[in-house]
Design a protein around this ligand. Structure first.
Ligand code: FE
Length: 361
C-alpha cells in the first residue's frame, strides 16, 4: 500500500515537473528511462550508474534550454526534464522541498543567484576535472558548488548619433557632471546591477563605490527601466545618450533593426576590465540522479553546446576555447574583469544597501 502511494506521488511529482500539457507522456518516458538504467564511466574510471532522467529547475526560458537538452538526449540517451520559473521562487521552492526535491540541477543566471542557492546549502560540490579544464577559475564557485556555462558582459551602450566614443572610458566616469541628464539605468532591483555594484565595492571600497553610484543617480535622464531592452530603445529614441546593459540585449534589438543607432563600448579597459557575469548550474544537494546531473553539466561545458549558448542568447561561451557566433564577435572584444564572479553574491547585500542609501531605485 505504501509502495503504491509512493509510486502515485512520484508520478504526480513528475507531472508537475514536466508541465501540464504533455505530462503523461513525460511520466511514461521517464519510467522507461528508469527501467533502462544506463551506465557511464565517470572521470577517473569509476563506474557510476546513471538511472532515469535528469531533472532541471531553470530560471532560463524554455527556448534557451530545450535545444541544448534535446541535443544531450540525442547524444547520450539520457532524458532531461525541466521546470522553468523566476529564480527567486525556484530557489525558494528547492529550499522548501528539501530532501524531497526531484530537482537534480539548478540552472540560473547571475553568480549572485547561484551564490545565494549555494549559501542556503542547496548545491553540492562537483568534483570534475572536465569542468576544471573547460571553465576558467573566475567563472566558477571557489568551492565548486556551481560552474558558469555562458558569459555575459555588462557594459556601456551609447547613441552613435550623439556620443563620441572617445568621450567614454569607465562605469565610474558616467558619474561625472558631463553626463548630467544623459544617463539611463535599469532598476537597482535587478540582480545584474547588484552584481556590478558588488564588484565596484570590492575594487573601490564602499565609500568610493557609493560616490560613483550617487553620481549616476544625479545624472539620470529618466526614471529607471524595468529591462535592458527598454533602456536601449530609450537611447535609440533620444531619451538619453548612454546606459549600462548586458550586450546580448543589443543583439536582440539589432535583430529587429540592424541599423539601430546604438553601439557598445568596452568599459574599464584601462583598469579592471569589463564586468562579466555568468549563467551557470550546480547539482542539487538532494539530487536523485547526481551522476546524470554531473554528466549533463560537464557536457554543457564542451564545444557544441558552448557554441549553442552563444547562438541561442548571443552570449559568450564560458569555455575560452570556443569562439562566439559572428554577431557577438562583431561587437569586438573587451578585456574581462577576472575578479571571481562569486563576489556578486558575497557583497550583494552591501550593494543593495549602498544603492538604497543613494536613492537608486
Ligand atoms: Fe537577461
Amino acid at each position: 500500500m505504501k509502495h503504491i502511494l509512493y509510486n502515485m506521488l512520484f508520478l504526480l511529482a513528475l507531472m508537475m515537473v514536466s508541465g501540464c500539457t504533455d505530462s503523461m507522456e513525460h511520466a511514461e518516458n521517464s519510467n522507461e528511462a528508469t527501467s533502462n538504467a544506463s551506465s557511464v564511466t565517470a572521470q577517473g574510471g569509476l563506474e557510476t550508474s546513471v538511472t532515469g532522467p535528469v531533472v532541471v529547475y531553470s530560471s532560463r526560458q524554455e527556448h534557451l534550454i530545450k535545444p541544448l537538452f534535446d541535443l544531450f538526449t540525442a547524444k547520450t540517451g539520457i532524458e532531461v526534464q525541466y521546470q522553468t520559473g523566476e529564480e527567486g521562487p525556484l530557489i525558494a521552492r528547492l529550499q522548501a522541498e528539501g530532501d524531497r526535491t526531484f530537482a537534480d540541477i539548478l540552472y540560473t543566471v547571475d553568480a549572485g543567484n547561484l551564490w545565494s542557492a549555494a549559501e542556503k546549502g542547496l548545491l553540492a560540490p562537483i568534483d570534475s576535472p572536465v569542468l576544471e579544464a573547460n571553465i576558467p577559475a573566475h567563472l566558477q564557485d571557489p568551492l565548486n558548488r556551481w560552474f558558469g556555462l555562458s558569459v555575459r558582459a555588462r557594459t556601456i551602450a551609447y547613441s552613435t548619433d550623439r556620443v563620441d566614443p572617445s568621450s567614454l572610458s569607465s562605469y565610474e566616469a558616467l558619474a561625472l557632471p558631463e553626463w548630467k541628464g544623459r544617463l539611463c539605468l535599469r532598476t537597482s532591483r535587478k540582480v545584474y546591477n547588484m552584481s556590478l555594484v558588488a564588484t565596484m565595492i570590492e575594487r573601490l571600497g564602499q565609500e568610493e563605490a557609493q560616490r560613483v553610484v550617487e553620481g549616476w543617480v544625479e545624472n539620470l535622464a529618466t526614471r529607471v527601466f524595468s529591462s535592458d531592452l527598454l533602456l536601449l530603445e530609450a537611447i535609440a529614441a533620444g531619451q538619453c545618450d548612454v546606459g549600462i546593459v548586458n550586450t546580448y540585449y543589443l543583439g536582440q534589438l539589432q535583430a529587429q533593426n540592424p541599423d539601430v543607432p546604438v553601439a557598445l563600448y568596452w568599459a574599464n579597459q584601462e583598469s579592471s576590465g569589463v564586468h562579466v557575469n555568468v549563467s551557470g548550474a550546480g547539482v542539487t544537494t538532494f539530487a536523485k540522479n547526481p551522476a546524470g546531473a554531473k554528466k549533463l553539466i560537464e557536457w554543457l561545458s564542451t564545444r557544441e553546446p558552448q557554441q549553442l549558448f552563444s547562438e541561442l542568447n548571443l552570449e559568450y561561451p564560458a569555455n575560452p576555447g570556443v569562439p562566439p557566433v559572428d554577431i557577438v564577435a562583431g561587437w569586438g572584444t573587451g578585456r574581462q574583469d577576472i575578479l571571481n564572479v562569486e563576489v556578486a553574491g558575497r557583497l550583494q547585500a552591501d550593494a543593495v544597501m549602498l544603492m538604497d542609501r543613494v536613492n537608486y531605485r
